[in-house]
Design a protein around this ligand. Structure first.
Ligand code: F3S
Length: 387
């Protein structure tokens, strides 16, 4: 693997022990995956941020490191809203440990935006090389923006943030970004919303595993693309997909699809995911809400009062730029929280059954929160929360 003189200097320990260890980790990863070189990155997004997922050992490891990120780097959602954790009913012991994790990352120069939607906060462009961790963010970066990132583990993304480079293999290479199967959707998608596309992703992720699908027969907007990708990354391991005539690489390239396995998806396969189980709480914002999604929730809640707990999750940056909209949502009794989400926070564990409008949350809530999950359109979610 080619390393430049600066890399050799870091590997020799001349830039400190943490940078040496971080580069050793990247070189080891590169060797395992056959990378010929490291590639400079524009930004990093680091998972392993919730105390619920990393625990004491993760915190001790972070606290032992001593270096600074050299590229813009943002944290994944943590286990609670940093400033409103008491309002979420978070246990003070958990909050103390979570604050220690956040402080450790801050010391390493990681920005505390705590979001799975860094693309709403930092400019990310077609062709940019990145080292992002969270699966829905990785899918969005690769598929919707046309940037290039593998799905990094937390330590790999942190190492890339501190070194400013990542091993150049997998989705950083043109040859690894071509479609591997075709998904033909046979449904009238003209009235589909985010939840329908999330359900499509939930269904298709189980069929494709880690292959790169090429969709035909759908015309999703960016929020709907976000929903498909998040769900496919949850039920499968899809880090890149293409949509004919929609996503940038599908528009730019003429792929040879002949000979690829083709799977048809019918409306009935999507409709059967929309069950009618009773729910105790409603959670929206997986992945974190865009400004348009927040506005839609506010519109649907105007003049209503919630009768069930309704949680909405978004990044602090998006919340701060949309305070009037957030005020409208909270006037209904719903709560809009930054920094965290329905899966990585313990807050949803108190509810046996949760309604969501996300295919990813439909997959993760039963495993991570212990309860049942029901998917519904945004209109149905608001209806159930206010009936
Ligand atoms: Fe984001 Fe949490 Fe969903 S990290 S994609 S809101 S599970």
């Amino acid at each position: 693997m080619h390393l430049d003189p600066e890399d050799e200097r870091i590997l020799a320990g001349e830039a400190g022990e943490t940078r040496q260890k971080m580069l050793e980790l990247l070189v080891a990863l590169g060797r395992v995956f056959g990378a010929e070189r490291l590639v400079p990155i524009k930004s990093a997004q680091v998972s392993g941020a919730s105390y619920k997922t990393i625990g004491k050992y993760g915190l001790d490891w972070l606290a032992s490191l001593d270096a600074k990120a050299v590229v813009p780097a943002v944290l994944n959602p943590i286990g609670m809203a940093r400033t409103r954790w008491e309002e979420m009913g978070i246990d003070p012991g958990f909050a103390k440990n979570q604050q220690a994790v956040v402080a450790a990352y801050e010391r390493l120069g990681i920005r505390l935006d705590c979001t799975c939607t860094p693309y709403y906060l930092y400019e990310t462009r077609y062709g940019d090389h990145l080292a992002w961790s969270e699966s829905s963010a990785v899918s969005y970066a690769n598929s919707v923006i046309g940037a290039r990132t593998n799905r990094e583990g937390g330590p790999g993304a942190l190492a890339a943030a501190i070194i400013g480079k990542t091993p150049c293999y997998g989705l950083h290479l043109d040859t690894k970004r071509v479609p591997q199967m075709v998904i033909e959707v046979h449904a009238d998608t003209s009235r589909w919303g985010v939840a329908d596309y999330g359900a499509l992703g939930y269904h298709v992720g189980k069929l494709v595993g880690n292959r790169i699908p090429y969709f035909r027969g759908i015309k999703p907007d960016t929020d709907q693309l976000k929903a498909i990708g998040a769900a496919m990354a949850a039920t499968g391991a899809v880090a890149l997909y293409h949509v004919e005539g929609v996503t940038p690489e599908a528009q730019k390239n003429r792929y040879d699809l002949s000979g690829l396995e083709t799977i048809s998806v019918e409306q009935a396969e999507i409709s059967r995911l929309f069950t009618q189980i009773p729910v105790d709480a409603v959670a929206l914002g997986c992945p974190h809400c865009s400004p348009a999604e927040l506005a839609e929730i506010a519109r649907l809640l105007t003049g209503k009062i919630v009768t069930k707990p309704l949680y909405v999750f978004a990044s602090e940056g998006v919340i701060n730029k949309n305070t009037r909209i957030v005020d409208t949502i909270e006037k209904s009794g719903a709560r809009v929280f930054a920094d965290t989400c329905m899966v990585v926070s313990p807050v949803m564990e108190q509810y046996p059954s949760i309604m969501v409008n996300s295919g990813k949350a439909l997959a993760y809530v039963p495993n991570m929160c212990g309860g049942q999950a029901r998917i519904g359109t945004i209109e149905d979610c608001i209806q159930v929360a206010t009936e």
